[in-house]
Unconditional design. Structure first.
Length: 424
């Protein structure tokens, strides 16, 4: 018997199909919808929205019920958010009906680094051999019988594109998402009395966002799940999420350097060159005080975008840590640090974000980007999924987990972001 969520999902799909049928019928007959048809279509739109709202409410109710069952008779030892995530992850191990677990930044425990707001992926479909399975012995042999209650997470460099202000669009399904955009306005002129007004149409185009599948996989022994520290499963969930964006195959690299087609279109793929450094800026910004070098180069980059982009609340710099250090070390003619460059996280009054996937300063490298970062769109399908299987490694008494994220990205307004290119 279908549950309430399935019924609501069917209601929403029926309302959408009925509404689409009304418009399709009118279009096939080469006419505009009649007033009665428009009224019927609007009713289906309302029904679809009400079904979607009811689905969200039912999901919240089910989650509250699961949390209440998980906490009955127990006192959490972690923060509320961390405890909730721990219970969900533990439930995925012991429950006979696996369910996805959505992890968001605000749910992550306080002891983890706070500068990793997005999940990250490793090689798609990677399966570790049995010798590398996580077992009680391999994970705790150096800890002894009594273990410290918090696992110390090693720090990793991850993408900062979304923190920089990228527009994140979440969809429930993964069909192509077409984003319309304008690339030119109509032309306005002065015309005399009685003179025919010349036609001038806006220039429109589209950007298509797909849903590339990033995923990873790991296994946990029943002994490890039963006997490990209280936050170990939180730690493993966090590790799986972090790994989605690491390395050359993670989405963190692709949001900066992706070539499109088989991966997201990175920021630098569609960002035009704003400033080409003069000779002598092959691996630096050159000498402060020399024309078009040092802070001159940064200001020229700001000036390379149109005023509305430079004035946008999302206007910001993107560069890697090594490049940021080069900027901070610029000295004036008296050997003192340049004003406005001593506070990390800001450049010339604009926010600056450190992203390890921005190219290092080298000849012809696009090492610094500036612009309205909200014009870069990141499309995520249905959040992050954590799923488990008891059967796959049943013979070895192992529990298999996979972490999946479907994502795409593209700069929908190519005039919004410009790059600085080093020159030997």
């Amino acid at each position: 018997m279908p549950n309430l969520l399935d019924q609501l999902r069917d209601q929403r799909a029926t309302a959408r199909a009925t509404g689409d049928e009304i418009l399709t019928r009118a279009a096939a007959e080469g006419r505009d919808p009649s007033p009665d048809e428009l009224t019927a279509y609007q009713a289906q739109v309302v029904a679809e929205r009400e079904a979607a709202d009811a689905m969200e409410a039912e999901r919240d109710r089910q989650l509250a019920e699961v949390r209440a069952m998980a906490t009955r008779g127990r006192q959490p030892t972690l923060s509320r958010e961390a405890a909730d995530l721990a219970r969900q992850f533990r439930s995925a191990i012991y429950a006979k009906n696996p369910a996805p677990i959505e992890v968001f930044a605000e749910q992550l425990p306080d002891e983890w680094p706070s500068d990793v707001p997005e999940p990250v992926y490793g090689r798609a479909g990677r399966v570790r051999v049995h010798q590398r399975d996580l077992t009680k012995g391999s994970a705790t042999q150096a800890l002894g019988t009594d273990v410290y209650g918090t696992i110390v997470q090693h720090l990793v460099e991850t993408s900062s594109v979304m923190r920089a202000g990228a527009t994140v669009v979440t969809t429930e399904t993964g069909e192509d998402l077409v984003v319309p955009r304008s690339t030119g306005f109509v032309t306005t002129n002065i015309f005399g009395e009685g003179v025919s007004i010349t036609e001038s149409d806006p220039t429109l185009s589209t950007v298509t966002l797909k849903a590339f599948k990033y995923s990873n996989y790991f296994e946990v022994s029943q002994e490890l799940a039963n006997d490990s520290p209280t936050n170990l499963l939180d730690f493993l969930a966090r590790q799986a999420a972090l790994s989605l964006g690491l390395g050359t195959t993670g989405y963190g690299n692709h949001l900066i350097n992706g070539a499109g087609t088989t991966e997201p279109r990175g920021v630098l793929l569609d960002a035009a060159t704003g400033v080409t450094g003069p000779a002598g800026t092959g691996t630096t910004l050159g000498t402060q005080g020399t024309a078009n070098m040092g802070t001159d180069a940064l200001w020229n980059l700001v000036g390379s975008v149109a005023e509305p982009y430079a004035a946008s609340p999302s206007a910001a710099f993107l560069l890697r840590n090594a490049s940021d250090i080069i900027v901070r070390k610029l000295k004036d003619t008296t050997g003192q640090p340049v004003n406005g460059l001593t506070t990390r996280g800001q450049l010339l009054g604009y926010p600056s974000y450190i992203d390890p996937f921005m190219p290092a300063m080298a000849n012809t490298a696009e090492s610094i980007a500036f612009g309205a970062m909200d014009r870069y769109f990141v499309r995520i399908v249905n959040g992050i999924r954590f799923e488990r299987s008891d059967e796959f490694r049943f013979q070895n008494d192992l529990i298999a987990f996979r972490c999946i994220l479907r994502l795409d990205g593209a700069l929908v307004d190519t005039a919004a972001v410009r790059s600085f290119v080093n020159t030997t």
